[in-house]
Design a protein around this ligand. Structure first.
Ligand code: ZN
Length: 150
């Protein structure tokens, strides 16, 4: 089990140092900023969506290793997924972090590397920041977006 922990740690460090999809989308369908005042983590998410599928996702930001690794892992996990699948994944991920219940760990794929965060309640907000930002990005209405793009 400790070998698995070491592997998880390595993946988290790798993603925090070399985040995937760390970029800006020129003409996104959704943009949202997220902030975790408890830790000072900040990020901006950019998404494109077609027929209910997340076709592309990028993020920019700065923060602790957990917040950056979680955002990076999230972008890898949800690109190409439908919004419904994405929200199911979020529910599962949040359940893991808040309850520490690992019985459906395989459903989470690579996101499972963050399972250890459940032992550190202060860090749960770091790990879920990207997901909460994603959820509100997807909810933002066309009207709101028009204000920012026109
Ligand atoms: Zn943090």
């Amino acid at each position: 089990m400790s070998e698995l922990r070491d592997l998880y740690q390595q993946i988290i460090i790798d993603h925090s140092k070399n985040p995937r999809h760390f970029c800006v989308i020129e003409h996104p369908d959704h943009v949202k900023e997220g902030y975790n005042p408890l830790c000072g983590d900040k990020l901006t998410l950019y998404l494109t969506e077609k027929n209910g599928v997340i076709t592309d996702i990028c993020f920019q930001g700065s923060g602790c290793a957990i917040s950056m690794a979680s955002a990076s892992l999230m972008t890898e996990a949800i690109k190409g997924k439908t919004i419904a699948e994405t929200m199911e994944l979020f529910d599962e991920f949040q359940r893991l972090l808040t309850t520490g219940d690992q019985k459906d760990l395989e459903k989470l794929g690579k996101l499972a590397v963050l399972a250890g965060v459940a032992e550190f309640p202060m860090r749960v907000k770091c790990a879920t920041l990207a997901w909460h930002t994603l959820k509100s990005a997807l909810k933002s209405t066309a009207q709101e977006e028009k204000v920012t793009t026109e």
